[in-house]
Design a protein around this ligand. Structure first.
Ligand code: 13P
Length: 254
């Protein structure tokens, strides 16, 4: 069975102490993950080690992710963090190509292909984000826009590597806006993305790749979204900063 995943993306929020408290509150709830379920916390770089030591224990299926890495292997790139550095502290997941990074830091499909390769070379699973802006949705061109993001950043990978990816579909018009995609919109896009993956890599590989939905996932709508057959969990911003809300989202996994 393919993985079902509740992923928290803290973005640039919370102090170290607030982050520790939030994790404590979430861990206190002792939400048990089934074998096919994972919870992942994508936290700011300075909190990675603290978070890893808090949440990564053998029995729980809780993991830590970085929110980004640089698209070069190493060198004179002051302030950047490489995939190799993340691997050296045992980080197993990294968010790649979040729309905020595409927009504010000019990340392109080509640089995201490089990041994906560096993550995979360092045994890090990319959580690859895609999603269209409102203007593209209004023009009815969302399918080709999002398919192109996958093609230009991922389709150079062989099937055995592609099978290890996690994809997050995050329509930009739904991020932080309170305007969630309807279950029909989410399922339709997720099924479409799986068909694009199947066309390239075959049905078996496509059926193994978790596709998460992101964009105003809340405690109150998570179960309905996750119940869609091609929605394999969520990448959650705002609601992941509130323990009770994120606990409810973890419990909503199928
Ligand atoms: P919100 O859940 O705050 O809409 O953010 C979604 C997101 O960008 C997760 O990566």
């Amino acid at each position: 069975m393919r993985k079902q995943i509740a992923a928290a993306n803290w973005k640039m929020n919370l102090t170290f102490q607030q982050g520790e408290k939030l994790l404590d509150d979430i861990l206190d709830a002792e939400v048990k993950m089934a074998d096919h379920q994972l919870t992942i916390f994508a936290v700011p770089y300075p909190y990675l080690l603290m978070t890893r030591s808090e949440v990564e224990t053998d029995e729980q299926n809780y993991y830590v992710a970085a929110q980004n890495c640089y698209h070069k292997k190493s060198g004179a790139y002051t302030g950047e963090v490489s995939a190799e550095m993340l691997h050296s502290i045992n980080i197993k997941y990294c968010v790649i190509g979040h729309s905020e990074r595409r927009e504010y830091f000019n990340e392109t499909n080509a640089t995201l292909a490089e990041k994906t390769d560096l993550c995979l070379a360092n045994f890090i699973t990319p959580i690859f984000c895609c999603g269209e802006p409102l203007s593209i949705r209004e023009a009815g061109k969302q399918n080709e826009y999002v398919a192109n993001q996958l093609k230009e950043s991922l389709f150079h990978l062989p099937a055995e590597k592609a099978a290890t990816l996690i994809i997050a579909y995050e329509p930009i018009w739904a991020i932080g806006t309170g305007k969630t995609a309807t279950t029909e919109q989410a399922q339709e896009m997720h099924r479409y993305l799986r068909s694009v993956l199947a066309e390239k890599y075959g049905d078996i590989t496509a059926s193994e790749i978790p596709i998460l939905y992101g964009g105003s996932v809340k405690a109150g709508n998570a179960a309905e979204l996750f119940a869609c057959p091609d929605v394999d969990g969520g990448l959650v911003g705002g609601a992941s900063l509130v323990a009770g809300d994120f606990i409810a989202i973890m419990k909503a996994l199928k």
